[in-house]
Design a protein around this ligand. Structure first.
Ligand code: G6P
Length: 612
C-alpha cells in the first residue's frame, strides 16, 4: 500500500527520496512523486503515474529539484484513478504547502464542499487534497504552520500518516499520524520519516514509532514530537536489528525466491531462541500462564496468508488443547459478534503488524475484555505495541508481496505455542512432547531437504503453466495448506484457482472438473489419506490431471495414483504442514515465472493493507 519517505538533512533530498521510494516499491503502488523545498523557500514538485522509472525520467528531463528537505510518496489508488494529478505530493492552491498521505480521510467530501464554497479549486479526485487545501486555508487564517496543522487534525476524520512541507519554513518537515504507521529515523545531521522501516535501513537503524495523534517537527538537527495537546513528548528510541542486505535481492532473480530459500534460517531463528534444555520456553509469556487456566476458547484472527496459518492453527491447537479454536478473517470478525470476554483468548497473526482489519479486531477484542496475543514479524509495529503479549517471528524483512518465510515462521510459532500451552495445561504426554521437540530440532534441515527438490517443482511448473484453472484439494491441515497454495498461485500468476476441502468437492464444484483440469491433491495428513485418495480417483475419472503431494512414507504406496508427485520428508504430524507449503510456494513461483509475471509486485496487490 502507499509509502512515505521524508528527509531533512544536508545533502540533496531528491536522491534520498528516490532511494527510499525504491525500497518501498515492494508494498505495491501505481504512481509516485516527490516534493523538495529549496533553501530560498521554493516548493518544487514532480509526480507521475506508473513505476518509479517514469518519475526518474521526468526528473532527468526537467531541472533538478534543489534542496535538502523533501517528502516522497508511492500511491496505491483508493480515491481517484491512478493518474498524474491524483499522485502525491498534493499542493494547496497557493502553492505553499505540500502533503503526502497514507490512509483515508472519511469526511473528505464534507470538507471539500466547505472549501469549494470558500472559493478553493481542487486539482485532483483524492481525499488527500482536502488535507492540504484545508491546511492552506487555516495557514492563511492563523499565519502559523503548527496552528494550521493542529486545526486540520482536529477537523479530519479517518486514518492518516502524513508528511508536510511549507515553503515559508524551508528548514522544517512536519509529520502526523493516526491509525497508519509512521516512524522517525535519526541520523547524523539528518533525520527521516518513513511509513516502513525498510525505507530507512540504508541510512539509519535508530528509530522512534509515532503514536496516534502525535505531531513531529523535524529539521536536519532536531526532532521534537508533540501530543494532541501540543505538549512535547519524550520518545523511546529503538535500534532495528535488520540490516540493509536483508532487504536486498542478494543475487536472486526475485525477492520471493530469495525469501523461499531463506526459510530454513528463518525457521531456525524463530525456533531456537525459544528452546532451553529440550523444552519450549516463551519468556514473553511468563505472565500469561495463569490466564490460560480460565480460557475456554481461542479465536485466531488474521487476513490473507496469515489467516491460512490460523486455519492450520485451528486444527492443531484444538487437537493439542481440547478447547474450541476458531480461525476468523479479521475483516469479518470485527463486524460479527464473537463471544469475547475474559474466557476467550484472541491470537492475532500479522507479518506487517499494520493490517487495518487485524488491528481493528485486536482493539475490539481488548475492548470486550479478552487478552490479545499477537504473532508479528515487524518489531514495534502497531499490532505488536497494542497487544498484551507479542511473539515475534524472526523472519527478517519480507519484501515480496506474496508472503513465504513470514507465513512459515508464523505457522511454526503458532504450533509451538499450542505445544507450550498443552504442556502448561498438562494436556500432552511427555512422550508426545519429546517427539515434537525432536521434530522441531530437525525442522530447518528438513526444509532444506524440500528445497533441494527445486528442479522438480520447476519442471512440473513448466508443464502446467498454461492451465487456466487449478483446483487444490485436501483434508484437515491439507485443506488449510491448499488454501495457501491456491492463494500463492493466483496472486502471482493470475491463474484462476480454487481450494476445496476434498470432501466438499462433490457438493457442487466437481461440476467444474473436466478433461485437462489441473488438480493439486494434498495427501500429507496421514489419518485421512485413504479418503483424500478416493477424491483423487473421482477427479481423475472425470479427466483431471493430478499433482499429488505426499510424505516419503506414503508416497511409496500411492505413487501409482499420479505421475506427478511432490514428495516431502516425514516429520512429526503437527509439524508436517510447515514442510508441505514449500513445494506449493515453489510451484506457484515457477508457474508465474513461466508466464512472465511481475512476481514480486503482482498487479493490484499490496504488501500491507492499511485500509478496509
Ligand atoms: C496482504 C498481503 C498478504 C498477507 C495479508 C495480511 O494481503 O499481500 O501476503 O498475508 O496482507 O498481512 P499481514 O501483514 O497482516 O500478515
Amino acid at each position: 500500500m502507499c509509502g512515505i519517505i521524508g528527509y531533512a538533512g544536508k545533502t540533496e533530498a531528491v536522491n534520498v527520496l528516490l532511494d527510499g521510494l525504491e525500497r518501498l516499491e515492494y508494498r505495491g503502488y501505481d504512481s509516485a512523486g516527490v516534493a523538495v523545498v529549496s533553501p530560498e523557500g521554493k516548493l518544487q514538485v514532480k509526480k507521475s503515474k506508473g513505476r518509479l522509472a517514469v518519475l526518474r525520467d521526468l526528473l532527468q528531463e526537467s531541472d533538478s529539484l534543489v534542496g535538502s528537505i523533501g517528502i516522497g510518496h508511492t500511491r496505491w489508488a483508493t480515491h481517484g484513478e491512478p493518474n498524474d494529478k491524483n499522485a502525491h505530493p498534493h499542493v494547496g492552491q497557493d502553492g505553499k504547502i505540500a502533503v503526502v498521505h497514507n490512509g483515508i480521510i472519511e469526511n473528505y467530501l464534507e470538507i471539500k464542499n466547505y472549501l469549494i464554497r470558500k472559493g478553493v479549486t481542487f486539482q485532483s479526485d483524492t481525499d488527500t487534497e482536502v488535507i492540504v487545501q484545508l491546511m492552506e486555508y487555516y495557514y492563511k487564517k492563523y499565519s502559523n504552520l503548527m496552528d494550521a496543522v493542529y486545526a486540520v487534525l482536529n477537523r479530519i476524520k479517518g486514518a492518516y500518516a502524513m508528511g508536510i512541507l511549507c515553503s515559508d519554513y524551508p528548514e522544517q518537515m512536519l509529520a502526523a499520524r493516526k491509525d497508519a504507521p509512521l516512524l522517525i529515523g535519526y541520523g547524523e545531521k539528518e533525520n527521516f520519516i518513513a511509513s516502513d522501516v525498510t525505507a530507512l535501513l540504508s541510512h539509519t537503524r535508530t528509530v522512534t514509532y509515532m503514536e496516534d495523534d502525535e505531531v513531529a517537527l523535524i529539521t536536519a538537527d532536531s526532532v521534537q514530537i508533540y501530543d494532541s495537546d501540543r505538549s512535547p513528548v519524550e520518545k523511546e528510541k529503538h535500534i532495528i536489528a535488520w540490516d540493509v542486505s536483508a532487504a536486498e535481492k542478494g543475487g536472486y532473480a526475485h525477492f520471493m525466491l530469495k525469501e523461499i530459500m531463506e526459510q530454513p534460517e528463518a525457521v531456525r531463528k524463530t525456533v531456537s531462541p525459544r528452546i532451553t534444555d529440550g523444552k519450549i520456553v516463551f519468556e514473553e509469556l511468563k505472565e500469561a500462564v495463569e490466564l490460560l487456566q480460565n480460557i475456554t476458547r481461542i479465536y485466531i484472527v488474521a487476513c490473507g496468508s496469515a489467516y491460512h496459518v490460523g486455519m492450520v492453527g485451528k486444527y492443531t491447537l484444538e487437537k493439542l488443547l481440547h478447547i474450541p479454536v476458531e480461525a476468523c478473517l479479521a475483516s469479518e470478525f470485527r463486524y460479527s459478534e464473537p463471544i469475547l470476554g475474559e474466557s476467550a483468548l484472541v491470537i492475532v497473526i500479522s507479518q506487517s503488524g499494520e493490517t487495518l482489519d487485524s488491528m481493528a479486531a485486536l482493539r475490539e477484542a481488548k475492548k470486550k475484555g479478552s487478552k490479545v496475543l499477537s504473532i508479528v514479524n515487524v518489531m514495534g509495529s502497531s499490532i505488536a505495541r497494542e497487544s498484551d503479549y507479542v511473539l515475534y517471528t524472526w523472519a527478517g524483512p519480507e519484501i515480496a508481496v506474496a508472503t513465504t518465510k513470514a507465513y512459515t515462521t508464523q505457522m511454526v510459532l503458532l504450533i509451538m505455542l499450542g505445544v507450550y500451552f498443552a504442556k502448561q495445561l498438562s494436556r500432552i504426554s511427555e512422550e508426545e512432547y519429546d517427539k515434537i521437540m525432536v521434530g522441531l530440532d530437525s525442522l530447518p534441515e528438513k526444509i532444506k531437504d524440500v528445497l533441494k527438490n527445486i528442479d522438480n517443482y520447476q519442471k512440473t511448473a513448466s508443464r502446467y503453466f498454461n492451465h487456466s484453472s487449478v483446483f487444490y484439494i485436501g483434508r484437515n491441515v491439507d485443506y488449510a495448506l491448499g488454501l495457501e497454495g491456491s492463494l500463492k498461485l493466483k496472486e502471482i500468476s493470475y491463474i484462476h484457482s480454487e481450494s476445496y476441502a476434498a470432501g466438499e468437492l462433490k457438493h457442487g464444484t466437481i461440476s467444474l472438473i473436466e478433461p485437462g483440469t489441473l488438480v493439486v491433491a494434498l495427501a500429507t495428513y496421514a489419518p485421512l489419506l485413504e479418503k483424500t485418495l478416493s477424491n483423487v480417483v473421482e477427479v481423475k475419472s472425470r479427466g483431471a490431471e493430478v499433482i499429488l503431494m505426499a510424505t516419503e512414507e506414503t508416497a511409496k504406496t500411492i505413487s501409482s495414483q499420479s505421475s506427478e508427485l511432490f514428495v516431502i520428508p516425514e516429520t512429526h504430524p503437527v509439524l508436517q504442514p510447515v514442510l508441505g507449503v514449500i513445494p506449493l510456494q515453489l510451484f506457484a513461483y515457477y508457474v508465474a515465472l513461466n508466464r512472465g509475471c511481475d512476481i514480486d509486485k503482482p498487479r493490484n496487490l499490496a504488501k500491507s493493507v492499511t485500509v478496509e
